[in-house]
Structure formats: structure tokens, C-alpha cells
Design a protein around this ligand. Structure first.
Ligand SMILES: Cc1ncc(C[n+]2csc(CCOP(=O)(O)OP(=O)(O)O)c2C)c(N)n1
Length: 546
């Protein structure tokens, strides 16, 4: 068979359901072989759309999402999705085309060394030089992308290699078990935990999986230790839990840092330093037990004293069996923090002010969404507000990127979530800046007949940077822009467009859109005048005077 056909057989062998992509002429053999395969091809309007969709597919399924581009400009457009997947631990296999490598009459036209470009952004970046190498290269790419810590793999598939005739077949797949943590490491962690007076659990991105969630729930139920989460750890344990203290939306001075500052031991389940730090360690501060699939990357703010490395769910199961609940554990202060934080979270959630306050938007979105429904956030000021105020009740129900923290991924990510979970409601939440970075994918979403709501939080500026500019006491400058008429813009694609004109209108409109099929784009004017309050200063005093 042709090498391109073998490539597709290998993808089928890996269980690939979708290839997201935007091909060039160098991919035409590949495309032709894909045409007759049962793998679905999702054509996008920008390579970033394809890459972000593939990464989110990987994040939600644990299986590599696959995306495709041509050489040169198409491939460089996949640089950001590669970084997004790599930092965010989302398994993805990126396939790029290339001019003929054995003999070419085109000089250096469009040629960039993409294998090299992708090297620092991936765990694996290889060119296929001979068709009979395809099975091994594809198998390795998928293995590398999916094994802990998951991330990006890249394969360059040149045009002339795709045309070769080959006689090999895909390599059989055998499931492998993740290594378990060492028993001595578990015992040492438990010993330290039993000595602590104010232990606290931090739940991070690496824990956002069903089995870990189950085991961690049991561990928390048995021990009664309060927990907080990072932005990407939201939902592992329901944030309605009576021991949930809050989300570390910032690295310091967030509400939950009042609790962190009083703790003498943090049990870190699944957080690694790629996500914005939820706390800073100091030499004479609290100890940390690092429980993760992979060892910590140590630096001056993160140097855990104890490590439990291996399958997180199994480690927690062992710890749950062996732990003895200690009478000297004292969570009184943490629970007082919780009370104050819960009161803070409720503030302004009913505000009738227009433009809408972030707290009101979030409260209304929460009311409109079921337990398993999914929010996909773009990146901007609103992300901090949502991370802080939105209560995630199940794993992976709020998809946000606190690793690369790129703009432009919100809409494609929501689209992939809807493909993976068609039975759930999905909302993309974007700023007016981030939405416009990949808004062309509305056409793709319509073509795919997805039912989706997109919220555009409109402040006519790059709000987050404006807030930071203000924080640095610079005059406001260089961050305001004009926007298209979003209602007409939506309609020009054939989507439904709405502009919220009053605060009371928002929730019923959102509920109606979520019940109606099709793409609904809702522009929501947002009032960012309270941004400074996200810093949570002063809460310490409030807790201590009580
Ligand atoms: C691709 C990319 N470019 C720039 C940034 C820096 N950045 C972070 S947030 C932000 C502003 C986002 O504006 P908008 O989407 O309108 O949301 P808002 O902050 O106004 O809520 C910018 C420019 C980024 N994170 N990603």
C-alpha cells in the first residue's frame, strides 16, 4: 500500500476518531487516504483552531488528539497549540507536511525546519524519512504523548515519502500499567501527615481525572482534611463540598492564602509548577508532600520535602487505607476562613448593576449549568473571576488554561468538548479580545452542527492588561479597541446573535439559548471596576478578629 495509507492504518490502530486540520498540497496523499477511512476529518479555518481542538480532545479523553497542517506557515501556526498541549499536559499528535526530501526542485520555498522548531515544544519530534518507519514513529509518538506527564508529539510526513509503496503494518498496541509509588515513600508521607497539626490538601491539574477524583474523595472523607484547588484542579472534588476552602486563583494574597499561611503541611495532589503557582514555599514555612505521576521540578518557590511518585489514584488508595485520623489535627482556623470566603463569594452575585458585574455573570452561568455541563474559558481578566467564583462540581467541567495561558483557545476548546460530550451543555466564555483571535471557527462549529453558547464579555479592551497597567500606576494607554457589531457578526455566519441590554435579561436568555439547538453568541457588557478586589487583601484581619 501507499505510505500515506499505512499512516492512516496506524492512526486507526491507535483508535483515532478525529483528525483536526487545515491541509496544504503537501498533505494531499494523506488526505486522500483519510477520505476512505472511518476517522472523521474536521476541517478548520486556522491551524490554531485545529490544534486547540485536538489538545482539548486529548485533555478530555486521555487519548491523543490529532491535528494536521501543511509545512512552513501551516506548521508555524501550530506552534502555539503545541505549547498549549505541552504545558497543559494534554496529549496531542501533530502531523505536518513537508516538500519532497529525497529530491526537490523548489529550493527553500516555504521550508522551515519544523522538526527543530517543535523540538522544545514537544516530547517527541521526528521526520518520517522512509515509509517503512511509519508504524514505529506513529506508535512512539502516541506513547510519548500519552504517558505521564502527557504532552505534545510531532511527526513530519514529507510529500515524497507519502507516495512510497510499503509492505509493513501497524504495531500492535498493548496497554501498560503506570508504575505505583514506593511503599516507603507512602509510609514516610503518612508519618509526616500524622505529625502535622494543620495539614491541608491542594488539588492540582494532574489530579483532574475520574479515578483520582474517586480516591481523593475517599481520602478526604476519611481524614476530614480541608482542601483547596488550583485553577486547573477545579472540580476534582466538588467545590460544594463542606471542606472546600476555595481556589488559588492567584499565587499570593488570594483569599485561600489565609489558610495556606496557617498550614504546616500541604499535601499537594497533582499540582506541578507548570501551572501558575498556587503558593510560594519559603525555607522556614510549611512542608509539602508532592503526590504526582512525575517528580517535581524544583525551584526556589517549590522544593517539596516529601515525594510520592507514581499513579496518584493508587497512592491515595494506599494512603486512605493506612492513615490514622489524629486528634491533634486542628482545622478550626481553616473552617473560619471558609466561612468568610463563602460570604465574600456570595457578594454581588445578585447585583442588578449594568454593565454586569463579573460576580453576577458567574452566578447566572452557574444557575444555568448542570453538574456535568462544561465551561471552556479563553484567557483574560474574567478567567481569574471564574476561577475564584465558579463552583465546579465534577472533573474537567471548567476547561481553562493556566499553563500557557494563551488567548484564542476558548472557542475551539468548547467545540472539542461538545464533540466529546454531545449530551452535555457547553459554553465558551471569551473576552472580546480572545474571541476575535479565533472567531472564524464559528463557521467550523456551524458546519459540525454543534449546539454551543459563546459568551463574549465585552469591555472594548484587553482588560486584564489594563488592570495590570493600572496596578503599576501607569496611565491608561494603548489597550482599548473597537469591536464589530457582534450580533451582526454572528448572523453573518448564520449563527444567532444577542446583545444583553439589561442585567435581568441575561439569565433567561442564557437558559433559552442552552435549550435551543445551534450556535448562540451572546455579547455581555462587563463592568471591570471591581477588579482590584480579586486581590483579597484584608481577609486575614477579618478572619483573625472573629
Ligand atoms: C496569545 C496571547 N496574546 C497575549 C496575551 C496577553 N494577555 C493576557 S490577557 C490579555 C487580555 C485579554 O483581553 P480580553 O480577551 O478582551 O479579555 P479581558 O481581559 O478584557 O477580560 C492579554 C493581551 C496572551 N495571554 N495570549
Amino acid at each position: 500500500m501507499k505510505a500515506s495509507e499505512l499512516f492512516i492504518r496506524c492512526l486507526e490502530n491507535e483508535g483515532v476518531e478525529y483528525v483536526f486540520g487545515l491541509p496544504g498540497e503537501e498533505n494531499l496523499d494523506f488526505l486522500e487516504s483519510l477520505r476512505t477511512s472511518k476517522i472523521k476529518f474536521v476541517l478548520t479555518r486556522h491551524e490554531q483552531g485545529a490544534g486547540f481542538m485536538a489538545a482539548t480532545y486529548g485533555r478530555l479523553t486521555g487519548k491523543s488528539g490529532v491535528c494536521l497542517s501543511t509545512l512552513g506557515p501551516g506548521a508555524t501556526n501550530l506552534v502555539t497549540p503545541a505549547a498549549y498541549a505541552q504545558l497543559g499536559a494534554m496529549p496531542i499528535v501533530i502531523i505536518t507536511g513537508q516538500k519532497p526530501v529525497h529530491s526537490s526542485k523548489q529550493g527553500l520555498f516555504q521550508i522551515i525546519d519544523i522538526v527543530d522548531v517543535m523540538q522544545p515544544l514537544t516530547k517527541f519530534s521526528k521526520q518520517v524519512l522512509r515509509g517503512d518507519r511509519i508504524p514505529a514513529i506513529v506508535r512512539n509518538a502516541f506513547r510519548r504523548a500519552e504517558t505521564e506527564r502527557p504532552g505534545a508529539a510531532h511527526i513530519e510526513f514529507p510529500e515524497d515519502v507519502a507516495e512510497e509503496i510499503v509492505a509493513t503494518r501497524p504495531i500492535a498496541i498493548h496497554s501498560v500499567r503506570r508504575p505505583d509509588a514506593d511503599q516507603f515513600a507512602i509510609d514516610a508521607a503518612l508519618e509526616r501527615l500524622e505529625q502535622a497539626r494543620h495539614p491541608i490538601i491542594l488539588v492540582g491539574a494532574g489530579a483532574n481525572r475520574k479515578r483520582v477524583s474517586m480516591m481523593l474523595n475517599k481520602f478526604i472523607d476519611k481524614t476530614g482534611i480541608p482542601f483547596l484547588d488550583t485553577q486547573m484542579g477545579k472540580g476534582v472534588i466538588s467545590e460544594d463540598h463542606h471542606l472546600f476552602l476555595g481556589t488559588a486563583a492567584l499565587s499570593d494574597h488570594d483569599y485561600v492564602h489565609c489558610a495556606i499561611d496557617r498550614s504546616d503541611l500541604i499535601i499537594n495532589v497533582g499540582h506541578d509548577v507548570v501551572e501558575k503557582p498556587p503558593f510560594f514555599m519559603e525555607e522556614d514555612g510549611f512542608d509539602v508532600i508532592h503526590i504526582n505521576f512525575t517528580p517535581p521540578q524544583v525551584d526556589e518557590i517549590y522544593f517539596p520535602q516529601h515525594e510520592v511518585i507514581g499513579d496518584i489514584a493508587n497512592a491515595l488508595a494506599e494512603m486512605e487505607k493506612a492513615v490514622t485520623v489524629q486528634e491533634h489535627w486542628d482545622f478550626d482556623y481553616f473552617l473560619r476562613v471558609k466561612q468568610v470566603v463563602d460570604e465574600k463569594m456570595a457578594e454581588h452575585s445578585n447585583s442588578g448593576l449594568f454593565p454586569l458585574m463579573p460576580q453576577r455573570i458567574i452566578a447566572d452561568v452557574r444557575k444555568a449549568m448542570g453538574v456535568s455541563d462544561i465551561l471552556a474559558l479563553d484567557n483574560g481578566m474574567f478567567k481569574i473571576w471564574f476561577a475564584r467564583h465558579y463552583r465546579a462540581l465534577e472533573t474537567n467541567t471548567i476547561l481553562l488554561d493556566n499553563a500557557l495561558a494563551t488567548m484564542g483557545a476558548g472557542l475551539p476548546s468548547a467545540m472539542a468538548a461538545k464533540l466529546v460530550h454531545p449530551e452535555r451543555k457547553v459554553i465558551a466564555v471569551c473576552g472580546d479580545g480572545g474571541f476575535m483571535m479565533n472567531s472564524q471557527e464559528i463557521e467550523t462549529a456551524l458546519r459540525l452542527r454543534l449546539d454551543l453558547v459563546v459568551l463574549i464579555l465585552n469591555d472594548n479592551s484587553y482588560g486584564m492588561i489594563k488592570w495590570k497597567q493600572h496596578g503599576m500606576k501607569f496611565p491608561e494607554w494603548g489597550l482599548d479597541f473597537g469591536n464589530p457589531d457582534f450580533v451582526k457578526y454572528a448572523e453573518s455566519y448564520g449563527a444567532n446573535g444577542f446583545r444583553v441590554e439589561s442585567t435581568e435579561q441575561f439569565l433567561p436568555l442564557l437558559q433559552k439559548c442552552l435549550k435551543t439547538s445551534g450556535i448562540h453568541i451572546i455579547e455581555v457588557p462587563i463592568d471591570y471596576t471591581q477588579n482590584d478586589t480579586v486581590l483579597g487583601n484584608g481577609l486575614n484581619q477579618q478572619v483573625s478578629v472573629q
